[in-house]
Design a binder for this molecule. Structure first.
Ligand SMILES: C[S@@+](CC[C@H](N)C(=O)[O-])C[C@H]1O[C@@H](n2cnc3c(N)ncnc32)[C@H](O)[C@@H]1O
Length: 278
C-alpha cells in the first residue's frame, strides 16, 4: 500500500507549475466548439483545506500558491481566478486539485475520467465530484488502465499523468504508458508531471521519450535551487506531447515570473525545451 497523500503538498511550487500548464491547455481546448475528454490518471482528493493538519505540518503551500495569491499577476490571471473561487474574502484557505481545476472548464458534452487508488482520497474525490454525470471516478490503477479509454469518442483529449514517484519504477512506467497511449491515440495531448530529486532519472526520461520517435514534445521546468542530491525535490516540470501551439510562448513568459517569485534570492531557474519537433 502506497502511503503518499497529496494533502501534505497541495499548493506547493510543484503544484503551481503543474496547474498553470493544465489551465493553459484546458483554455486552449475550450476555444473550439468540439467536445473533449479529460483523463486524470492520478487524481488525488480533488480539494484541499490548507488549514488541515497535513498542510499545517509541511506548510509547503506557503512557498507556492501562498506567494502568488492576492497578487496582481495578469500572466496568471486564469489560474489565480480559479484558486480565488475556492477562497472567501481573499483569504487563502483552500486549494483546488487537478480534477477541480479541470471541472471548471468542462462543458456539457465534455467528459472526464478520474483515477485514484488511495481508499480515503478516492472517497474524498468521489464526494467532491458527486452528482456530475459526465465525470467518472474510478478506484483503479490509472497508469495501467487509462489506455483502454483511448482513443476517446470525442477524438479530442487531454491526459494528465501525475504520479507521486514513490516507486522508482514509476519513471520508466510513465514513459512506457505514454508510448502505448500515443500508439492508440496519436492526436491526444499528454501532460506528464515530474519531480527533480535525482537529475539522472529525468535525463533518462527525456532520452527515452526522444528515442521513442514521438513527435512534438515540449518540456517546462521550474527550479527553486540548483540540483542537489539528498535535498528532496529542488525542481519540478511538465512534459507535454502535442502541446497547444500557444503553450511555448506563454510558458516562456510565465516561467521566469514563477522562478523569480517563488525561489528565494537568485536561486530560481527555469527550462523550456523542445524535446521533439512537430
Ligand atoms: C501527486 S498526487 C495527485 C495530485 C493531483 N493530480 C493534483 O494535481 O491535484 C498522486 C495521487 O495518485 C494516487 N495514486 C498513486 N498510484 C496510483 C495509481 N497507480 N493509480 C491511480 N492513483 C494512484 C495517490 O494516492 C495520490 O493521491
Amino acid at each position: 500500500m502506497l502511503s503518499y497523500r497529496h494533502s501534505f503538498h497541495a499548493g506547493n511550487f510543484a503544484d503551481v507549475i503543474k496547474h498553470v500548464v493544465l489551465v493553459e491547455i484546458l483554455e486552449y481546448l475550450i476555444r473550439k466548439d468540439k467536445p473533449f475528454t479529460y483523463i486524470d490518471t492520478h487524481a488525488g482528493a480533488g480539494y484541499y483545506a490548507l488549514t488541515s493538519e497535513p498542510s499545517g505540518k509541511t506548510r509547503e503551500y506557503e512557498s507556492g500558491i501562498g506567494k502568488l495569491f492576492g497578487q496582481a499577476l495578469p500572466e496568471l490571471a486564469s489560474y489565480l481566478s480559479i484558486v480565488g473561487q475556492y477562497n472567501n474574502a481573499g483569504r487563502l484557505a483552500h486549494y483546488p486539485g487537478s480534477p477541480l481545476i479541470a471541472r471548471h472548464f468542462l462543458r456539457r458534452e465534455d467528459r472526464a475520467w478520474l483515477y485514484e487508488l488511495h481508499p480515503r482520497d478516492f472517497e474524498l474525490l468521489a464526494a467532491n465530484m458527486a452528482g456530475q454525470r459526465s465525470i467518472k471516478v474510478l478506484k483503479e490503477d490509472g497508469l495501467k488502465t487509462f489506455t483502454r479509454l483511448l482513443p476517446p469518442l470525442s477524438r479530442r483529449g487531454l491526459v494528465l499523468i501525475d504520479p507521486s514517484y514513490e516507486l522508482k519504477t514509476d519513471y520508466a512506467a510513465v514513459v512506457n504508458a505514454l508510448i502505448t497511449a500515443h500508439r492508440r491515440f496519436a492526436g491526444g495531448i499528454y501532460a506528464l508531471w515530474y519531480p527533480v530529486v535525482e537529475r539522472e532519472r529525468i535525463h533518462q526520461m527525456e532520452k527515452a521519450l526522444i528515442g521513442s520517435g514521438i513527435r512534438d514534445i515540449q518540456l517546462f521546468e521550474l527550479g527553486l535551487t540548483a540540483d542537489s542530491r539528498g535535498h528532496g525535490m529542488t525542481a519540478a516540470g511538465m512534459i507535454v506531447i502535442n502541446p497547444p501551439w500557444t503553450l511555448l510562448t506563454r510558458m516562456q513568459t510565465i516561467l521566469p515570473l514563477l522562478a523569480s517569485t517563488l525561489a528565494s534570492g537568485s536561486n530560481g531557474y527555469h527550462r523550456c525545451r523542445i524535446l521533439a519537433q512537430e
